[in-house]
Design a protein. Sequence first.
Lengths: 266, 356
Amino acid sequence: MENSMHEVEHHYDEMSVVCERPSTLLDARMHYCPGCGHGVAHRILMEAIEELGIQEQTVGVAPVGCSVFAYHYMNVDMQEAAHGRATAVATGIKRCLPDKYVYTYQGDGDLAAIGTGETVHTVNRGENILIVFINNAIYGMTGGQMAPTTLLEQKTSTTPYGRESSFMGNPLKITELLAQLPGAFYVTRQAVNTPVNVRRAKKALLNALKYQKLNKGTCMVEIVSNCPTNWGMKPVEANEWLVENMLPYYPLGDMKVPSKEDIENA
Amino acid sequence: MGELRLMKGNEALAEAAIRAGMDAYFGYPITPQSEVLEYLTREGYNRTKCTILQAESEIASINMVYGAAGAGARVMTSSSSPGISLMQEGLSYIAGAELPCLVVNINRGGPGLGTIQPSQGDYFQSVKGGGHGDYRLIVLAPATVQEMADFVEEGWDLADKYRNPVMMLSDGALGQMMEKVELREQRDRTARKAPEWATTGKPVERDRNFITSLFIKPEEMEQVNLHLQEKYRTIEANEIRVQEMDTEDADFIIVAYGLSARIGHKVMEIMRAEGVKVGLIRPITLWPYPYATIAKAAEHVKGFLSLELNAGQMVEDVRLAVNGRCPVGHYGRMGGIIPSPEEVVEVLKDMYSKIQ
Ligand SMILES: Cc1ncc(C[n+]2csc(CCOP(=O)(O)OP(=O)(O)O)c2C)c(N)n1
Ligand code: SF4
Ligand SMILES: [Mg+2]
């Protein structure tokens, strides 16, 4: 035993570091469940901020939801908003600090149920902020109730027999809806279930942050995520379920991209 | 002597806000205070490049105020009763996160959609909480258009001093009436620096700032509450404001704030002309409340009348202060009706004859 430990340490000494915690992410143990998409989403957002060198100019807004403690992990100035009001809080910040990069990080209940009004009007005003939207089709924090994005027939603690449209409405494609608004500048849907998707999602976040400097409107990156705990699945099963059920209804890809002129004339 | 103008209360408030160096205003139209937003959209940005934004609701307004205050701005919102009700969750968060801001309520009659006429029916909501949890707003009650202007800057200074939301509780009559007002000098709003706790972007040399009212561990949450309570005790010790008129020789005292105090003053004059020694206590801060002033007067007067435009809300605080030493009555009209001084004189005479 002692020997093998020694070997491991020795081996480690000889390795070069290929992957480090970005300076924008604090050295804190996250409270997220194993396999949860929130941790990955935090990391790529913070990597993007580090790579752009904008940590000092960035102010984030945390929601009420599982990511309510985002400010314990993200090493930027942050405010914790009331449930659903993150984009209103971000509006207040951005209007007073127009030169800063401002983002919100919100779950589906926060952004698309209780905060729908704020979300729609923030994008409609074209506030120059980034909205990171974590869609896991459920209320994670409160123990797995139906979200506006819950799929038809999906079972949750408040749709014990599955969501039925005549009774509980249909899963809300709020991102598609927001992409229709003239105030939206860049709207895309990504996922973090595979390494390729993680890289694509990060690229989208990088672009969205870069666009913020153009002052051309709201950028929104939806990330289709999971909730192994409240879906009642192991992490791998959850990501399989995501591919089979979430992605057909919430297809990945860009919904609104800036034109060349948009970017050049800015 | 500052510039003199004849202005509506709502306009004087807006003008004073620009002059006091306001960085941002967020609001939603509602009678009888829409002039504030109208005046500011017309004048604000043009004069000081401040942010004036018509929000989609009062819920959005108060949360924009939260964001702006957290970013270090001198920020205000205004509304009237139903809109202020919508802001209560936000106010609780602002108090919990200890953010300075000014919220103005141009009180109208309720409950429900009620009426657009003046009322003081929001006393309980303003001074006893309104939102959830153990928090306090510093509540200033102007009685003149001049005070509606003056209490803007004074309110912000108090908010900054204690990192606490301040409410100006006015009413539809004061907001709409025109009076002479002396305006203060224009402050340079760029001269005011953001506080060091504000989220202005984290320089390398300092740790990140975060604004929150969430403390999930009970031991921590209790400490935060104890800290807030200690702050509230300091405010109670230092910031009570009250006006006493002819109380030294009074046999009977009217307690009234804001618009009611103006009526009370007239009642006092009529009674004094008839030989009855009536005095007036006008609380200017409704929280912290001038309990001690009333308690002291209770040692030598025969009775009190709490005059309010409601069913009897502040009278509970008067009774607390008097603590059974003499009778405390209440008179009020509701639904936007303002009693005439003569009407109150009758009530007072009746009460006075019974306690002689
Ligand atoms: C005004 C208010 N209503 C309800 C709640 C309770 N609540 C907290 S988080 C939440 C839902 C969170 O779900 P979502 O936004 O999807 O985030 P997730 O946890 O799934 O990441 C609810 C209903 C609250 N905190 N405040
Ligand atoms: S409850 Fe769900 S969303 Fe919340 S941390 Fe756990 S897996 Fe993630
Ligand atoms: Mg969710």
